[in-house]
Ligand binder design. Structure first.
Ligand SMILES: CC(C)(COP(=O)(O)OP(=O)(O)OC[C@H]1O[C@@H](n2cnc3c(N)ncnc32)[C@H](O)[C@@H]1OP(=O)(O)O)[C@@H](O)C(=O)NCCC(=O)NCCS
Length: 146
């Protein structure tokens, strides 16, 4: 297992693993096509401050942390847009090791916090709480259909 920065060559494998990780419970994402998901990922990787880390297993990517830096007033933070491990490997410590790797690498460049959104009362919430994240109950995620 190789914990490293993302390379452009990894994109197809990131798409495969993303689809596998979010197609089932509790997410049930329904991407209309691989191309659509590829477009979404290319949009976020084109941010100048993207910080993407992957877990490589030979040529395959079996886990990824897809984030970008933001110069927030309290210090530079990394917003994790997507974080996932291939279902075949979940529960085996890879997500924990990836998160530790990301924290170590970002700390080296002076990043002071990780922030992310996840679903309440689902296994991922427990995962993050166990890894030092705190739930900010003063915030609410809002959206407005157009
Ligand atoms: C959440 C996730 C990244 C954790 O990676 P992992 O390699 O499975 O995690 P680890 O083996 O290091 O840690 C295990 C913990 O993760 C959580 N976990 C295990 N399976 C999980 C699953 N299918 N979905 C979510 N969390 C899971 C549990 O809290 C588990 O703790 P436990 O072993 O005491 O029950 C991974 O399970 C995953 O990709 N899930 C689906 C996508 C997702 O929910 N991503 C986060 C969205 S923001």
């Amino acid at each position: 297992m190789d914990y490293r920065r993302y390379h452009d060559d990894d994109l197809a494998s990131v798409v495969d693993t993303f689809l596998a990780a979010f197609s089932g419970e509790p997410w049930n994402d329904r991407w209309p096509s691989r191309e659509h998901l590829r477009t979404y990922l290319l949009e976020i990787v084109s941010m100048p401050t993207f910080r993407w880390y992957v877990v490589g297993d030979g040529n395959a990517v079996i886990g990824a942390s897809l984030g970008h830096l933001r110069s927030w007033w309290e210090g530079t933070e990394c917003l994790i847009d997507e974080f996932f491990v291939s279902p075949r490997f979940q529960g085996g410590g890879i997500g924990s090791a990836l998160l530790d790797h990301v924290k170590r690498e970002l700390k080296k460049e002076g990043v002071s916090a990780l922030v992310l959104l996840t679903k309440r009362d689902c296994p991922a919430e427990q995962f993050y709480l166990r890894h030092g994240f705190e739930d900010d109950e003063s915030l609410v995620f809002m959206s407005c259909r157009l």
